[in-house]
Design a protein around this ligand. Structure first.
Ligand code: ZN
Ligand code: ZN
Length: 251
């Protein structure tokens, strides 16, 4: 059974128990990393992930809390002897940021550094960006402070669909992307600009007709997250979950 594993769940300010938001789509063979924060190799090991199966990285936008782990991921995979390419998907500014980060660390001088193949994703609604034996990934632009991709993750074997909003204000593109999905993983950082409250996330879930809502990119100070969840539950009738680090959901 495929799973989506929450590798981190906090907004830009992590705390002792919550890393910045990123996640792994783990299939029987295909593994897709979505954003890359924290100390990725340690977290992937804690989640029991076989790094040899990780071939794809999708970055949703260029904010540091979503991409600062990429050089550490590249270094770790290289030290473990990786030779196969890593395929990296993102919009233009995100790919430029990753490329610049690796250039700062002079990855081109690492002996036998494996290739990274970059695939630029256009900022167009319902763009098919990746299809493997197990998964299909479709993106639409979200509404954030920089160009950002929301993702629709389709499991071709189970028929299940998860949509991840990434960082966004309430956005029609996310509603449309989530139509027919089982789970919406929506950010709930707090009122914008560029972000959403838990109540706004619930309105998006209700409007799109999904079955379950998972709140992520959560504040780590000030707010009571249970109150946050209850505010969403008053608006959205299905189950509302607070994402937690290393939680897994069947997909
Ligand atoms: Zn963020
Ligand atoms: Zn952001």
């Amino acid at each position: 059974m495929a799973r989506i594993i929450m590798l981190g769940t906090s907004a830009a300010l992590p705390d002792a128990d919550h890393n910045n938001t990123y996640m792994l789509l783990r299939g029987d063979n295909d593994h897709i990393l979505i954003d890359c924060a924290g100390c990725p190799l340690q977290t992937l090991h804690r989640a029991g992930v076989n790094l040899d199966q990780l071939d794809y990285l999708i970055v949703t936008h260029r904010h540091p809390d979503h991409i600062y782990g990429v050089p550490a991921l590249a270094l770790g995979l290289w030290l473990k002897g990786r030779a196969r390419p890593l395929y990296v998907f993102g919009e233009r500014e995100s790919l430029a940021a990753i490329s610049a980060l690796l250039e700062i660390f002079r990855s081109e001088e690492w002996p036998l550094f494996f290739p990274l193949f970059y695939h630029e994703v256009p900022l167009q609604p319902h763009t098919l960006i990746l299809e493997t034996d197990e998964f299909r990934v479709i993106s639409s632009p979200a509404k954030h402070l920089v160009p950002t991709l929301a993702l629709r993750l389709e499991n071709k074997r189970s028929g299940r669909i998860i949509v991840y909003s990434s960082d966004t204000e309430p956005c029609d593109n996310v509603i449309e992307l989530a139509r027919g999905a089982h789970i919406l993983i929506h950010e709930a950082t707090g009122n914008g600009p560029g972000h959403s409250s838990s109540a706004q996330a619930a309105m998006i879930a209700r409007a799109s007709g999904v079955q379950e809502l998972i709140l992520i990119h959560l504040p780590t100070s000030g707010a009571s997250l249970e109150v946050w969840r209850q505010e969403a539950a008053q608006i959205f009738q299905g189950p509302v979950h607070l994402a937690d680090d290393l939680a897994e959901y069947e997909f």
